[in-house]
Write a protein of this length. Structure first.
Length: 266
């Protein structure tokens, strides 16, 4: 195993699909069809707070990004390719004594969007990260197996987003984070093989021009599970979480970047 177990999440977070970290407090959320609530937990798995977003709906929440002052909740899941308008909720970072909070809306549409092709489309996204003044949204392409990068301002408004870069990953991206100081990108993806599904973790430098994919590193995640979220813990290690799937519970683990190797699993 290369993922160190940290804690088991309580049952109310069986569908945890996002992570943020602030002052040693882990923030997470449940995905599609659940309530519009953020959960704060200790690193030991104790629930410290539940904060409702009063003007939000959880249609298909899939990711949670952050900067120094705000969280960004990505309601960008589109498994069936039936959504032509998506939303990212921008909220001030809540306190543990907050009961509810109001969001500002960042509305997006994909340029060239086409509905249909439920099993082979390229208009789903489950991975959001902050880089400087921008939000970087990474797609989960069932069609060509790449991950398309969409870049947009992290300010409220209505945006039509175009592909900035396409990463040849041959897998489905489920999570992303960018280190606020080093600007290093981490991605999680799942690849379906004849012998079953395999989760992968990727690291790559970024610049103002995009992802320096020629310098990426990658590793298989073990134990295998439905890994859905990732956040930098420090420059050398990340936290990641999985839904209640293979092992019957949702939980939190940690992975050391040094375990990823150049070229593995490409």
């Amino acid at each position: 195993m290369n993922v160190e177990f940290v804690t088991e999440f309580p049952d109310l977070l069986e569908e945890s699909s996002a992570l943020a970290l602030a002052d040693e407090v882990v923030w997470t959320l449940n995905d599609s069809g659940n309530s519009a609530v953020l959960f704060a937990l200790s690193l030991q798995g104790q629930v410290l707070a539940e904060v409702s977003i009063s003007n939000a709906r959880n249609i298909d929440w899939e990711s949670l990004a952050q900067d120094e002052s705000h969280f960004f909740v990505a309601d960008t899941g589109n498994n069936l390719n039936s959504r032509d308008r998506l939303v990212i909720y921008r909220i001030p970072k809540p306190r543990l004594d907050s009961e509810n909070i109001t969001a500002e809306l960042i509305s997006i549409r994909y340029a060239g969007y086409e509905s249909g092709n439920m099993s082979s489309h390229n208009f789903d996204a489950e991975a959001l990260a902050v880089r400087g003044d921008e939000l970087w949204l990474f797609s989960k392409n069932r069609g060509n197996g790449n991950s398309d990068l969409y870049r947009l301002p992290k300010l409220p408004g209505n945006y039509v987003v175009e592909i900035s870069q396409s990463l040849p990953m041959r897998s489905l991206v489920t999570a992303a984070d960018i280190h606020p100081e080093t600007s290093e990108l981490v991605l999680i993806s799942i690849r379906r093989e004849d012998f079953g599904a395999q989760s992968l973790i990727w690291f790559a430098p970024t610049t103002g021009d995009g992802v320096d994919w020629e310098r990426h590193r990658v590793a298989h995640l073990a134990p295998s599970d439905q890994w859905e979220a990732v956040v930098w813990l420090d420059e050398a290690e990340v936290l990641l979480s999985h839904e209640s799937n293979a092992r019957g519970f949702a939980g939190l683990g940690r992975f050391q970047k040094r375990l990823a190797n150049q070229g593995l699993a490409d």
